[in-house]
Design a protein around this ligand. Structure first.
Ligand code: SF4
Length: 114
């Protein structure tokens, strides 16, 4: 059974025992402000992003946020190396892709029945 070897201080810090954190996250012991900066200018997340880039659970961290946050109101902080603004963009792109797939499926269905 996976276990958390060290608690991260980044966003995943409140998720101790969560199954997807089966390796020590790169944010373990890193300053919280790297992931939740007081300001959000272009450089605010730089150190946190470096940390996330080397994280063994990065993709699962991003997947977790994407699956659980509101698309129009992403969680604060870095998750999987992405800012809330970046995740809002990913949600929108995913939504457009789903719309296209649904439209495509509808078209296919119409062609089959025609
Ligand atoms: S991707 Fe970033 S925020 Fe997520 S667990 Fe890894 S280091 Fe922490």
């Amino acid at each position: 059974m996976p276990r958390v070897l060290a608690l991260p201080s980044g966003p995943a810090g409140g998720l101790a025992g969560t199954r997807w954190i089966d390796k020590t996250p790169a944010c373990a012991g890193a300053p919280t402000e790297w992931f939740f900066p007081a300001h959000t200018d272009r450089t605010a997340y730089a150190k946190g992003k470096e940390c996330c880039a080397a994280c063994p659970v990065r993709s699962r961290c991003l997947d977790y946020a994407m699956a659980n946050e509101e698309p129009d109101e992403p969680w604060p902080g870095l998750w999987g190396g992405t800012t809330p603004t970046e995740r809002r963009g990913i949600h929108k792109a995913d939504s457009r892709r789903s719309d296209r797939e649904a439209a495509s499926t509808g078209t296919s269905t119409m062609r089959k029945s025609a």
